[in-house]
Write a protein that binds this ligand. Structure first.
Ligand code: UDP
Ligand code: MG
Length: 334
């Protein structure tokens, strides 16, 4: 088979109700590409018939390739695996629920041809998403924009097209706690955005539970900023200075002969307040230490149970090896 010019990476988690339409839409859009294309579907440990349906699609149309994880590793790992396995000169990352409209991909390709190496989708308007989601998202992106070491564009998700050069740089980053959109900001290259309207989910419901959102947000903040540590340090310093000032005031009053009745309430307040602050500081430091532990174990990012449609399909668990990735050979790419 000729090598693909375009790869489309699709993470799938319990998407059985939408697969047929997704496949049809992708075929429609691929027909408008100016070169051969492949789709890399990653089944992230779905518990419904997603895998069977995706396998059916891949058997009918050999451009559709499929990776199955051994369990649910999460959206960020699924898109990482898809990018590891794609062979295109330009790789497009897209959600399975058609919230990222496929026709925008054509505009992204135009930008790519103009010489941009990363073309991300800019969410102009979110349709049918709950106020809670849009509100938390705007607070989070605003905060990240202010404190992070990278310049993260606001209102940008993982929907994007990346050139092989930027992708190879990205593939070298094998951190376990991943915030893919931030990592793409970090790698640099010529980047631009294409505005689009984020549609309603085509079918099914969101799989981003609150705890998954919190995890993603903390990966974004802690992966690209040490601001929480600085905040802890500054709070500690401020309290220490305040304590000294209080001490000086107390001594001065004593020397001046003003009789101070030792206050039980203020004492209790100081003790509980300070122990609260200490625990919070310790916890913040702990979060970063936990991440060091996570990275130090060097576990594989994900485990593949089986793959279909690749030239080097493997039976049984495929283990990710750091050396292979460093050499630019990932397990599935020829
Ligand atoms: N997804 C995944 N693993 C997960 C959760 C989600 O692969 O653990 C996929 C999901 O199938 C979809 C994409 O990630 O293709 C985005 O998920 P979703 O639409 O649920 O998130 P939202 O659009 O609500 O942020
Ligand atoms: Mg969605």
């Amino acid at each position: 088979m000729e090598t693909a010019k375009y790869s489309i990476v699709i993470p799938l988690y319990n998407e059985e109700s939408g697969i047929a339409v997704l496949v049809a839409k992708l075929q429609e859009i691929m027909a408008q590409f100016d070169g051969p294309a492949e789709v890399v579907m990653v089944d992230d440990g779905s518990k419904d018939r997603t895998f069977e349906l995706a396998l059916e699609a891949s058997e009918k149309d050999p451009r559709f390739k499929l990776i199955q994880f051994s369990r649910n590793f999460g959206h960020q790992m699924a898109i990482t695996a898809g990018m590891d396995a794609s062979s295109g000169d330009a790789v497009i990352i897209m959600d399975a629920d058609l919230q990222d409209p496929p026709h925008v991909v054509l505009q992204m390709i135009e930008k790519w041809k103009e010489g941009y190496e990363v073309v991300y989708g800019l969410r102009e308007h979110r349709q049918g998403e709950r106020l809670f989601k849009t509100a938390t998202a705007s607070v989070f992106y605003g905060l990240l924009h202010r404190i992070a070491d990278i310049d993260t564009p606001v209102d940008v998700g993982d929907f994007r097209l990346v050139d092989r050069k930027a992708l190879n740089a990205f593939l070298q980053m094998r951190e376990n706690n991943r915030y893919v959109r931030g990592m793409f900001s970090w790698v640099g290259f010529r980047q631009t955005g294409v505005p689009y309207v984020r549609e309603e989910r085509f079918s099914g419901k969101t799989h981003y539970t609150l705890s998954k959102m919190v995890k993603l947000a903390s990966n974004g903040i802690m992966g690209f900023s040490t601001a929480p540590l600085r905040l802890a340090l500054n709070t500690g310093l401020f309290l220490a200075v305040a304590a000294v000032v209080y001490g000086i005031v107390a001594i001065t009053l004593k020397l001046a002969g003003v009789s101070l009745v030792p206050g039980y309430a203020s004492l209790l307040f100081a003790v509980t307040f300070l122990s609260g602050i200490q625990l919070a500081v310790l916890g913040t430091v702990g979060l970063y230490v936990g991440r060091i532990y996570d990275e130090a174990r060097q576990r594989p990012l994900y485990i593949v149970r089986e793959s279909h449609g690749f030239t080097h399909d493997k039976e049984g668990p495929v283990l990710w090896s750091p050396a292979a990735v460093q050499n630019g050979q990932t397990m599935l790419r020829p």
